[in-house]
Design a protein around this ligand. Structure first.
Ligand SMILES: C[S@@+](CC[C@H](N)C(=O)[O-])C[C@H]1O[C@@H](n2cnc3c(N)ncnc32)[C@H](O)[C@@H]1O
Ligand SMILES: [Zn+2]
Length: 1013
């Protein structure tokens, strides 16, 4: 029986709106603030997908939207509330239905999907993760709250987390080292690296940003958007403060104080580095380091710092040919990192270390006074406290709580974030902290561990059972550890001070760019200040997050299991069968999870384990951190060493390292497809024959689609439906005003492929299916990407329903060369029929016209540009469907390449000038027309229609037809579609096309002549 999820009735639009609410301002689920994780899916869409997969296609839409999704939709069809904030409240029959079903998510991540499965009350919910870090986070999101609710301990757990979190913060504040190392009134220290100038021998700081505060009165988003593009910004600023270099040291220029003004009317150009106020101009320095160009400038002598020649041990401005050379700054930082370990392990003295060609230094102290930030230059004494911390660290060197684990030697590259710090010599995790940060974090991890011990003892004293006391202590320790993880994220030498941010909290966390990269200007949060980012400050986030989770679990009768396992094997689940598998596998090379999340792992492991002189020992979540070997346990040093080759991901560096040889992109891709395929095989094994598999997938990059479809199909699944859902990523992209087809796509699969067919028969079936589905979707009001993906799903469904297609051995190529064109053509036919152009004969066929039509109908125009702006993959997807690649499209003048995007060459307005401009851009001369494709004829006709009367139009029209009647007729068909209801109302081409048609239809007839004359 068809499910609601597979039916065109499924309310994609409402679901996407509901999901988008989660990304706006206060809409984020509180438990996401507990700690960072990559690619979390919106709860609303997870909930909708799960419920619709379990419901029949005729389920009441009203009940679905209001009681399950909990969306309040107004008269205009807009979602007014933030639906995830409410628990679902399905009617009893639906509740019963859910309760009988078992759900599995083998790539559970931070748990959006299983959490919503719990809220819906599915009988059993199983979440699987490969990575220990995610596994512990999943327990904190799914297992502990559920357990606490069942034991009636929900509220108590929240209170106790607060109580013990406070205890940790208070203990830290009373620590004599901490008291000595931090000034009580400093909230944040801003620091950076300084290097010994190879010219003058003095240490010069490397300052990536001289700004301390540049807060405009208008919204923060606007500021960061505009700034990059134009540089200058005029208006009111509530804060303008920067650093300057004066006589060999940093000074602070606080314009608000200098002008004694709360609001400053100014013109600020951050790129060129000036501020203009009432005719006075202030200069703000430009960074004296540019890592991309490998240059730096000494602030003392003004000389360029370029290359270090290791063989000669000297500096050179020119990069010598042939000789070994490395950027001096890189060399200097590597030296520091090498000497640091020599010092800590007692092999050299402090003086020697401090003679290193690079060392960390403090620039500015940030204080909070009377509700505002105050900046002061850091002194020599301030920086010396870092060395004091170093001495303390040397005393405890060898303590198992110092994370000395290695980063992967291959670094790691991903689209969504690289791990690059190793090239600067930050080869071990502890080197990502300044000495004082490190010392503080080591103390914190010990306190968290100690708190866990005390909780357990307290509960045993109160007479709890051993199991309950242990579990309760485990839960509390996990939440305290997560609080620590977030604090760590904000407290490294790879954080960033963000002067444009509105709030006090101008610290951009380590993972804010998703990967970890070197920064010039980093922040250190004084642990005992009252800023939001101290341990105490973050505790509030933890509590709010936990309260949310307790609330989410409060009405659920689900059974919950969190399992540490490999999705390609799922060997820990053997006999159970599931009704639904809903999951979100990693997207190719998007995020190198294994390597990046070691950043958390090394601390999490310590917080949840015991420590003795000889090292760490098992305590909580033992399976995450230790491997049992006979009677003893072996500590798992890092995730990457243990698990990297098992991660479903596309990573050349990783695979090369583990295969011990250079591996090509193509080989890596095959490896990835194989892993993905194996995970489909295990999902098939665990899914009931009448069960449903639902996969999220981010890329609509054609290659990614081919990989997904081939991996699933070969495991015996056929596609039954697909549609795009809003995700974090998509919103970020469209936020920049770019139309992208690469939102996440939800693909619905069923087991059961059978029979064989010849490929041309399959193609014909796919085409027919596409046309039918497209028409159905058009009638259901679908448009844009929804429409395209929904249509594509019908073709994929036809393709994947056969076990074998005779004459096809490369599934990927078949999808590319047959399924896409079938979808585009079927869609075009459906559009022609829908618009009322008539039956098959009226269909637009010319490749250029087809591309133009689909781009216009599927994508919204970009407001700023006044045209459709497409990213490469959107061009590819539509292009594949029409048989045109981007080069051909550029050659035909249909699109224009601008940076990495493509602009559709379409009229910006309906006036004469707009068309003159367009023809010029497209290289068309209306006096001497030449036709490359139907789009040329179309634009010429539009030009004639706005510049000529009907009679003269008729003459030009006839002339054009004598040139190429086929293309002109095709242009008219295109005009008919574009004048119809599928283009948005404001599109200027709609009116232009109406005019063209009325003139053209009339031309040559008496009626037309009369009308025009
Ligand atoms: C796209 S994320 C899932 C995000 C999740 N849906 C959420 O909302 O938070 C994919 C997850 O798959 C995990 N993963 C990668 N390879 C795996 C494997 N072989 N077995 C299980 N999980 C794996 C990654 O660690 C990552 O957390
Ligand atoms: Zn110098």
């Amino acid at each position: 029986m068809e499910s609601l999820l597979e039916s065109p009735r499924f309310p994609v639009g409402v679901v996407n709106q509901a999901a988008a609410k989660e990304k706006q301002g206060g809409g984020r689920p509180e438990f996401w603030e507990m700690v960072f994780w990559w690619t979390r899916k919106p709860l609303a869409s997870a909930r909708a997908v799960l419920a619709a997969a379990a419901l029949p296609s005729d389920a009441s839409m009203n009940t679905f939207v209001s009681q399950v999704l909990r969306a309040r939709v107004n008269m205009r069809g807009e979602v007014e509330n933030v639906p995830h904030r409410e628990n679902p409240n399905p009617p009893p029959e639906w509740r019963e239905r859910f309760a009988k079903m078992k759900v599995l998510d083998p790539f559970a991540g931070f748990g959006s999907i299983p959490l919503e499965a719990i809220r819906l009350g599915f009988g059993e919910v199983v979440a699987v993760e490969l990575l220990p870090t995610a596994y512990v986070f999943l327990k904190a999101v799914l297992e502990y709250p559920k357990w606490a609710v069942e034991k009636g301990l929900g509220q108590q757990l929240v209170k106790d987390v607060e109580r013990w979190g406070r205890w940790v913060a208070e203990q830290l504040a009373q620590d004599p080292d901490i008291k000595e190392l931090y000034d009580p009134d400093v909230a944040v220290y801003i620091g950076t690296w300084e290097v010994k100038c190879p010219h003058c021998g003095k240490y010069t700081p490397l300052i990536g940003n001289w700004w301390l505060a540049r807060v405009s009165k208008t919204s923060v988003e606007e500021e960061s958007e505009e700034e990059g593009e134009e540089g200058a910004r005029s208006g009111f600023f509530s804060r303008l403060t920067w650093m300057d270099w004066d006589n060999g040291s940093v000074k602070v220029v606080d314009l608000n104080r200098e002008l004694n003004a709360k609001l400053i009317k100014a013109k600020v150009n951050a790129r060129q580095g000036y501020v203009e106020v009432g005719g006075r101009k202030f200069n703000v320095r430009r960074p004296n380091i540019d890592a991309r160009r490998e240059t730096a400038t000494c602030l003392h002598c003004g000389n360029q710092i370029r290359y270090y020649l290791p063989k000669l041990n000297r500096h050179s401005i020119e990069k010598p040919k042939g000789a070994e050379a490395v950027w001096y700054v890189k060399h200097a930082l590597r030296e520091w990192n090498r000497l640091l370990e020599e010092y800590l392990s007692g092999r050299i003295e402090l003086e020697k270390l401090l003679e290193s060609p690079a060392r960390p230094t403090l620039l500015v102290k940030v204080k909070v006074k009377e509700g505002d930030l105050e900046f002061e230059p850091a002194t020599k004494q301030d920086t010396e406290k870092l060395w004091k911390a170093l001495e303390e660290l040397r005393k405890i060197w060898g303590d198992p709580d110092i994370p000395t684990e290695h980063l992967p030697p291959y670094g790691s590259r991903g689209m969504g974030g690289d791990l690059k710090t190793i090239i600067w010599g930050l080869d071990k995790w502890y080197k990502h902290f300044n000495p004082r940060q490190l010392l503080t974090l080591v103390k914190l991890v010990k306190l968290v561990r100690e708190a866990g011990k005390r909780v357990e003892e307290e509960k045993l004293r109160e007479g709890w059972s051993k199991e309950d006391a242990f579990k309760y202590a485990e839960a509390i320790t996990a939440y305290l550890a997560m609080t620590l993880m977030k604090h760590v994220d904000y407290n490294t030498i790879v954080t960033l001070w963000n002067p444009g941010s509105w709030s006090w909290n101008k610290v951009a966390h380590t993972l804010s760019m998703r990967g970890i990269a070197m920064q010039w200007n980093w922040c250190e949060i004084a642990p005992i200040s009252d800023l939001p980012l101290t341990y105490m400050g973050i505790l509030g986030n933890t509590q709010d997050g936990l309260s949310y989770l307790i609330f989410a679990a409060s009405n659920s009768l689900s059974g919950v299991k969190v399992i540490l396992d490999d999705a390609t094997l799922l060997s820990s689940i053997s006999s159970e069968k599931f009704d639904l598998v809903v999951t979100d596998p990693p997207y190719r090379d998007d995020v190198p999870y294994v390597e990046l999340s070691d950043f958390f792992y090394v601390w999490l492991k310590r917080a949840l384990s015991d420590a003795s002189n000889s090292g760490l020992a098992p305590r909580f979540a033992v399976e995450a951190f230790f491997k049992r070997v006979g009677m003893t346990y072996r500590e798992l040093r890092t995730q990457w060493e243990e698990l990297a080759p098992k991660e479903v991901g596309l990573n050349v560096g990783r695979l090369s390292y583990f295969s011990g040889r250079g591996v090509s992109e193509e080989e890596t891709r095959r490896y990835f497809i194989e892993l993905l395929h194996r995970s489909f095989l295990s999902m098939r094994r665990l899914l009931k024959d009448d069960g449903l598999l639902v996969t999220y997938y981010a890329h609509t990059d054609p290659e990614a689609w081919e990989e997904l479809i081939s991996a699933g199909w070969r495991a015996g699944f056929r596609v039954t439906a697909a549609f795009p859902v809003a995700t974090e990523f998509a919103l970020r992209v469209t936020g920049r005003g770019k139309a992208a087809l690469d939102t996440s796509i939800v693909v619905v699969w069923r087991p059961g492929v059978k029979g064989e067919a010849l490929w041309d028969q399959v193609y014909r079936e796919a085409l027919a299916a596409a046309e039918d589905r497209a028409l159905e979707l058009l009638r259901a009001g679908r448009s844009g990407v929804d429409l395209f993906v929904g249509t594509l799903a019908a073709t994929l469904s036809a393709v994947t329903s056969k076990e074998k297609i005779v004459g096809v051995d490369d599934v990927g190529a078949f999808v590319r060369e047959r399924a896409y064109p079938a979808a585009a053509r079927g869609l075009a036919r459906a559009i022609s029929r829908y618009v009322g152009g008539g039956e098959a004969g009226e269909e637009v066929r010319d490749a250029g016209a087809l591309f133009y039509m689909l781009a216009k109908i599927l994508l919204p125009p970009n407001k700023r540009v006044g045209r459709r702006v497409m990213d490469r993959s959107s061009v590819h997807i539509i292009g594949f469907g029409t048989g045109l690649d981007d080069r051909e499209l550029v050659r035909l003048g249909i699109v224009e390449k601008k940076d990495s995007d493509f602009h559709l060459l379409e009229p910006r307005g309906g006036g004469r000038d707009d068309l003159v401009e367009l023809l010029r851009e497209r290289g068309l001369d209306p006096a001497k027309p030449q036709l490359r494709c139907a789009v040329d004829a179309q634009h010429l006709l539009e030009y004639y229609a706005v510049t000529l009367d009907a009679k003269s139009f008729g003459e030009q029209y006839a002339k054009l037809r004598s040139l190429n009647a086929v293309l002109v007729d095709e242009a008219l068909r295109l005009a008919r579609v574009l004048s119809g209801r599928l283009l948005p109302l404001g599109d200027p081409e709609k009116v232009l096309c109406e005019r063209v048609i009325s003139y053209a239809v009339g031309s040559g007839t008496l009626e037309g002549w009369l009308r025009g004359g």
